[in-house]
Design a binder for this molecule. Sequence first.
Ligand SMILES: C[S@@+](CC[C@H](N)C(=O)[O-])C[C@H]1O[C@@H](n2cnc3c(N)ncnc32)[C@H](O)[C@@H]1O
Length: 364
Amino acid sequence: MGVESLIARELRDLGAEDVRAENARVLFAGDEHILARANICLRHAERIQILLGSFHAETFEDLFQGVKALPVEDWVGKDDAFPIKGYSLNSKLFSVRDCQAIIKKAMVERLKTVYQVPWFSETGVTYQFQFSILKDEVSIVLDTTGSGLHKRGYRLQANDAPIKETMAAALVDVARVQNYHTLYDPLCGSGTILIEGALKALNMAPGVNRHFSAEQFPQISADVWEEERERARSLVDTDCSFHAYGSDIDPESIAIAKENAKRAGVADRITFEVRDLKDFEKKSDRGTIICNPPYGERLMEVKEAEELYRTMGQVFPRERGWASYIISPSEDFERLFGRRADKRRKLYNGMIKCQYYMYFKTND
Ligand SMILES: C[S@@+](CC[C@H](N)C(=O)[O-])C[C@H]1O[C@@H](n2cnc3c(N)ncnc32)[C@H](O)[C@@H]1O
């Protein structure tokens, strides 16, 4: 999705080993502390999974035998539930439902032998397995996250088109927001970019206040989670001058943004107000602007979105100490904004292919 290298860097900083960024996933090694830490601290990843095994499969028999060889009993106890979901792309085994059934059967067969029981009640802890089959290469993973990591817990309310928290964090990271910076989002909606900016600046772990499915696993002691939450809390550093300014034309969005910032514990670092983009106002000598403007799907809305891009080009400061970062799917953005970006980076906002247009050079 364009953020794999950012996740790899975060993982190395957290102490993970053998970190390897691939397309749409990042592999790493570590103990249960690293697993808990990754869930609690990673800002851009969606899910932490344990890779049980990978193998080549072109037939159902290959798939059955490959799965049967995996030590699922290391995780699944005799009363536990083990649902399976997954997907297949560009592979001979393309029927997801059939693959799902075969994988389940292979696991059941293995567990029957291990536990010497004829059937499974599946009433205990849930171990959610996921398979992916890409070009006949099967990976079987065990989910440890539960609801996606973008669900930090602070955004109970969102406006119409909120950006995912993980993507907002990526925008902040690529813009190299520091704890002495002043951050602006003049199209802030529910405030996600600014909240993620504040969490990053204050070194607050995004997942510290939520729960993960692996907390139910008896293999990982509750102390591990406790210690990792404590570690994360001890690293919070509020001794900095970071402040953010958010505005939006929609009063309801601003009310939601204020609530969200409060729940995220960063309300004192962000000032929100109702304001039209065309009246953008500097509140500091230097600043970093990050925003995701409306994209416009219908013709009328496209025209409105284009008008906003033009307005941005007019009102965003260009002098020394200022930088602007805008994510947009429009290939025409630079022309409308009135300047070629100093740098562009391809990012996916959900399923929409976008460019992150970066303006940080000054003429003087
Ligand atoms: C794609 S949304 C931003 C979503 C935001 N990043 C979030 O996480 O919720 C675009 C926002 O631009 C706002 N907007 C549209 N026209 C505007 C204008 N002229 N001035 C200020 N805000 C405007 C909309 O109200 C909307 O909240």
